[in-house]
Ligand binder design. Structure first.
Ligand code: PEP
Ligand code: MG
Length: 754
């Protein structure tokens, strides 16, 4: 067969004539199946369309004509139903061998072996299926599938124009009544508002081009416009207005000038599509490929491409407005397949209450930005387009992992009661902002925050925290498409220090590798079996010391004239700390020889998150200024339980004698050596756990900013002396359920544990 473009082109030329003819819709479909069957030399070509919620055979060449309008399949039923349900292509050399195969005797299809089908898509949903079948068992080749997919796109237009299917039926199958959709919590919180689709759908009116060269010119000019826009955004970011999104814009820029992308669109135009259809076609194909990719970081990059592709489509169609540009009229919950972080930043913060995504992941740019904006996000929600209509009332409860669509009045009332309680509590915590965290018996507990983004720094002021106890420097690297250069790092660290003012910031050097892989740092292509225990953090940093040297210089220069607090992640033996410190000191000497201003003081620390380090504290402690206990990693190593494994998530409790005794021992030893010690894992952000930690002698916690109020309220209602006695007794002779015992004690003592 010729090229994909030629195959599609010959079909499209035929379809163009059919569409222009004055024939009745059914007659048009009958011609269409013949044109396609002919062009692909397929014995069978059939079109199924969705009517009354089921897929009905509307036209066929090769199957029994008596089956037309008789053969019907529910979504998910048989091969055709499976294609519609998954909105995905099937290409099989032996149809009957597929588990979803269902034999339809009225069609006479038993003589055909190979089968390929593609969904006919409108507004992201399958409204039908186009299928071809062959007598001899062979898989259809890529270019045939491409041609089918292109044809399906044109069919979607033909079907819409001919009003062959009831639009209401398509979009409206599950449209009434309350529905609860579940998802993956990405940013916690509760919100209510009306559903707003990020991208009011660009309706592609015409798919088949009248004049291919004119379409090409339209795409070229749209590319020019888009590149101009991105360049303008990049320039703005350079002047410091960009926050996180200058990193993102770098990714956009890379794609905007990507030749492969414009070439593919051009090829789609060659096949006879209009500019809009060509862009959409390439986007569809990318989406399908993406589904097969199991690399979250790559997937995140692909979302940026999708973001850009939508922008191009809107430019070419002259429909530039996103919901953000049209302005939010009321409290809204944004609904999108996915979203670029820059796009999220365009929304009016006062009215944007939450976000529901069909995709999304914890490490995606948009999630990081939403967290910094304080907007709750539920990701990986399935069935969004089928269920949520623009303007529907939504109740988003990320803590419950769900969004309630079109709630009844009773549900809405219950939600507002919960919401009000939460708001009241929040207001109470906010009022505590300027109150120091002294316990009832006068003990000062330092409450610091964990941060990693520029926007996080404002949380110090908002939460009234004592500083940043853990600044995860790898975040800047993770959201960047390319390795952040030293000058860029330095600028960023200086901004963080400036914003923190006289409050301390503890910078943790790069903690990457393992599961926090940087796409531009794929070393020796080694796939690790146990990434959490692998070549990560300080191990990688010492081996690849160029990266660490650049970071050290950036930190030292940024802190010129001030105190620099720096700590190293995953230290397992004291020599690793020694080497890292020596590396910093060598950079100091270098800077000093260049007459650069040095920090007035450098305080060195280590994270204690590998249990082995606890056995050598007598060697380590005399060498450093502070220790920070990272309970996230420490717990996974103490219990040998992967912190990312959902089946183990609730198996071991932080409130266990093993963990608490371990931490108590470390705290005691640090105190004996007069070395400051804090806890910076997630554990410290939970009231009961924080109580227990304070009870075993911890006096400094670094926690997620949102938890500062809760923990401060707990501290202010706690008698630390009494907590010490209680924890001593409990750890000396542990009871069966430590959590229950501590809860009972807190209640009895009227400690605010939320
Ligand atoms: C920890 O391991 O507890 C920690 C604070 O670091 P991270 O969560 O970044 O690994
Ligand atoms: Mg850690």
């Amino acid at each position: 067969m010729e090229s994909a473009a030629e195959a599609a082109r010959s079909i499209l030329t035929g379809l163009h004539d059919v569409m222009a003819s004055g024939d009745a819709a059914q007659a048009k479909l009958n011609q269409v199946v013949n044109i396609i069957g002919e062009a692909l030399s397929s014995e069978v070509c059939s079109i199924y369309l969705l009517r009354d919620g089921v897929l009905e055979l509307f036209a066929t060449r090769g199957l029994n004509q008596s089956a037309v309008h008789v053969t019907k399949l529910a979504s998910g039923e048989g091969l055709v139903g499976t294609i519609a349900e998954n909105v995905d292509t099937l290409n099989l050399d032996e149809a009957a061998a597929h588990p979803a195969f269902r034999y339809m005797p009225e069609t006479g299809e038993e003589q055909f072996h190979s089968f390929a089908g593609v969904p006919i898509v409108r507004a992201g949903r399958a409204v039908g299926v186009l299928a071809v079948q062959h007598a001899d068992p062979r898989k259809y080749v890529e270019i045939e599938i491409e041609a089918l997919q292109t044809t399906a796109m044109v069919l979607a237009e033909l079907i819409a124009n001919a009003e062959l299917i009831d639009d209401h039926d398509v979009v409206g199958s599950a449209q009434s009544g309350t529905v609860v959709l579940n998802g993956l919590p990405l940013v916690t919180g509760m919100a209510s508002g009306v559903a707003i689709y990020h991208q009011p759908h660009v309706r592609i009116e015409h798919t088949v081009a009248e004049d291919t060269e004119a379409e090409r010119a339209r795409v070229y000019s749209a590319f020019d416009k888009m590149r101009e826009q991105i360049d303008r955004m990049a320039n703005l970011a350079e002047f410091g207005s960009g926050g996180e999104h200058d990193e993102v814009i770098a990714t956009y820029k890379m794609f905007a000038y990507d030749e492969g992308w414009s070439r593919r669109i051009n090829e789609a135009i060659d096949s006879g599509l209009t500019a809009e259809a060509a862009i959409e076609r390439v986007q569809q194909r990318t989406r399908m490929r993406m589904r097969q990719i199991d690399d979250p970081l790559l997937a995140d990059r692909m979302h940026d491409l999708e973001d850009l592709s939508n922008r191009l489509l809107r430019i070419v169609a002259g429909q530039m407005g996103t919901a953000a540009q049209m302005g939010l009229k009321q409290d809204s919950i944004l609904v999108a397949r996915n979203l670029g972080p820059a796009e999220l930043l365009e929304y009016d913060k006062r009215r944007l209450r939450g976000v529901v995504l069909e995709e999304g992941s914890l490490t995606a740019h948009v999630t990081i930005v939403a967290r910094a904006m304080g907007v709750p996000v539920l990701g990986r929600v399935r069935g969004v387009r089928q269920t949520i209509r623009e303007g529907d009332m939504l109740l988003l409860n990320v803590d419950e992992k769900n969004v309630i669509v079109r709630p009844s009045t009773a549900v809405e009332q219950a939600f507002s009661t919960d919401f009000a309680v939460r708001q009241k509590l929040k207001a109470r915590y906010a009022a505590l902002r300027n109150e120091p965290p002294f316990s009832k018996d006068g003990k000062r507990i330092d409450l610091m925050i964990n941060a990693g983004l520029r926007d996080d720094v404002s949380s110090i002021a908002l939460s009234g925290a004592d500083g940043i106890g853990l600044f995860r420097t790898e975040f800047q690297f993770l959201i960047s498409a390319t390795l952040p250069q030293r000058e860029r790092q330095q600028r960023f660290y200086r901004e963080v220090l400036d914003a923190a003012g006289d409050k301390p910031v503890i910078f943790r050097t790069l903690d990457v590798g393992g599961d926090k892989a940087l796409p531009y740092l794929k070393d020796e292509g080694s796939e690790e079996e146990n990434p959490a225990m692998g070549w990560r953090a300080i191990r990688l940093a010492l081996d690849h010391d160029g990266l660490m040297k650049a970071q050290a210089r950036a930190l030292l220069e940024a802190a010129g004239g001030r105190t620099l607090n720096v700590m190293f992640p995953m230290v397992s033996e004291p020599w690793e700390f020694d080497q890292a410190r020596a590396l910093f000191e060598a950079q100091m000497a270098f800077l000093s020889s260049r007459k650069k201003q040095l920090p007035s003081r450098v305080r060195y620390g280590a994270m204690l998150e590998v249990p082995a380090l606890a056995e050598t504290l007598d060697i380590l402690l005399p060498k450093l200024d502070f220790i920070s206990i990272g309970t996230n990693d420490l717990t996974q190593f103490l219990f040998a339980a992967d912190r990312a494994e959902p089946r183990l998530a609730e198996r071991y409790d932080w409130l266990s004698p093993a963990i608490l005794r371990f931490i108590r021992r470390v705290v005691r030893e640090c105190k004996a050596h007069n070395v400051g010690v804090s806890v910076c894992g997630e554990m410290g952000g939970r009231p009961l756990e924080a109580l227990a930690l304070i009870g075993i002698g911890v006096e400094r916690l670094s926690i997620t900013p949102a938890a500062v109020g809760t923990i401060k309220a707990m501290v202010r209602s706690l008698d630390v002396g009494a907590a010490n006695l209680m924890m001593e007794a409990l750890l000396d002779r542990p009871v069966d359920k430590l959590r229950t015992a501590i809860t009972d004690w807190a209640k009895e003592q009227q400690v605010e544990i939320g």
